[in-house]
Ligand binder design. Structure first.
Ligand code: NAI
Ligand code: MG
Length: 331
């Protein structure tokens, strides 16, 4: 008898990107296919290589096409030959801002140790682009880079954290630096405490970001869900990856929880030019990101089968394609 797969076909915009990006995305798509979920994919050649070719980073036309997709699946973008900021601001941040991907969700799990999720606010803070230069290039040069924190922006990330905690172990930790960042930290702390009153079943904690760095390494079992701002979240989640089996395993989702447009799913790692084109990249991070995409699209059963297969293959060594095949065979 045929298995009862849902008959829905999801439309996915695929950005393999640069370096190992296309190599790992190929494995992710292979595994999703093996899990029996039908995707209709459209490839977008974007990233450092495209920029060097014709100057295209991310056009408004492409962005408006993307709004009609169910999700975006991205490998990694960036090449050493492109000046810093061009791809980060012009593609990744533009995508987050324009599609309002305000939750950056990164799960971290290490068998026998910890299992927690970090929610990084993804549209504000020091990444908002506020600031500028004065007297650039002179000995009296000044550069400022402000941190933009709106009550609405902090609250919606915090609220997502409480909601997620109710589906897990009912514990939420706010990470900030309220003792020094007395304006933004104060806004975050008040928003956190006010929303907490609506979730009496969720216990809460607060850590300064520097202390959180110690706990991530020495006592990560204390965490269930963590919510934090954009910059702290960027740094903390690299540390989270490092204590959870390494960068080759770390997956992420960039969510528009209001579902006014597509969400984006990508491994945490970059394009790894040092190992690109050699089939040395671990595809597990990209495959797990694909599972997060399926989960978000409502294919929870296929998503958890893929995640379990990734866990079974997490310690495997082999080429990118061999690991992808092993995960697909394990389903
Ligand atoms: P990276 O994550 O590309 O590489 C850091 C180190 O981890 C390298 O030694 C690399 O070989 C290794 N590594 C990364 N992914 C791996 C995998 N799947 N399997 C095995 N080893 C892996 O970070 P890096 O070197 O700072 O950045 C390289 C380029 O990627 C830059 O242009 C950067 O801007 C871009 N980048 C893009 C991101 C994105 O698309 N979201 C995120 C981070 C960096
Ligand atoms: Mg990072």
């Amino acid at each position: 008898m045929a298995s009862e797969n849902t008959s829905k076909t999801y439309r996915i915009a695929v950005v393999g990107g640069d370096g190992i990006g296309p190599e790992v995305i190929e494995q992710g798509l292979k595994v999703i296919d093996a899990a029996g979920v039908a995707l209709e994919t459209v490839d977008y050649a974007l990233g450092g290589h495209r920029y060097l070719e014709d100057g295209t980073v991310l056009t408004d036309e492409i962005l408006s096409e993307w709004r009609a997709f169910d999700a975006i699946y991205l490998g990694a973008v960036g090449t050493p030959a492109v000046p810093p900021g061009v791809i980060e601001r012009g593609l990744l941040l533009k995508m987050r801002f324009e599609l309002d991907l305000y939750v950056n969700l990164r799960p971290f799990k290490l068998e026998g140790s910890h299992d927690f999720v970090v929610i990084r606010e993804n549209t504000e803070g020091t990444y908002a682009g506020e600031g500028g230069f004065m007297r650039k290039g002179t000995p009296h040069e000044i550069a400022t880079q402000g941190s933009v924190n709106t009550r609405r922006g902090a609250e919606r990330a915090i609220r997502y954290g409480f909601e997620l905690a109710t589906k897990r172990r009912n514990h939420l930790t706010l990470v900030h630096k309220t003792n020094v960042l007395t304006f933004s930290g104060d806004l975050w702390e008040r928003a956190f405490n006010e929303v907490a009153a609506e979730y009496p079943g969720v216990t809460t904690a607060y850590n300064h970001v520097d202390a959180a760095c110690i706990y991530f390494v020495q006592d990560p079992q204390r965490y269930d869900v963590v919510v934090t701002d954009n910059l702290f979240g960027d740094i903390l989640t690299d540390l989270g990856g490092a204590v959870s089996g390494g960068i080759g395993l770390a997956a992420s989702a960039n969510l528009n929880p209001a579902r006014t447009g597509p969400s984006m799913f990508e491994p945490v790692h970059g394009s790894a030019p040092d190992i690109a084109g050699q089939q040395k990249a671990n595809p597990i991070a990209a495959i797990r990101s694909g599972a997060m995409m399926l989960d978000y699209l409502g294919e929870a059963e296929a998503a958890s089968r893929i995640t379990a297969a990734c866990e079974a293959c997490a310690d495997m060594s082999g080429s990118t394609g061999e690991i992808g095949d092993a995960v697909a065979d394990h389903l």
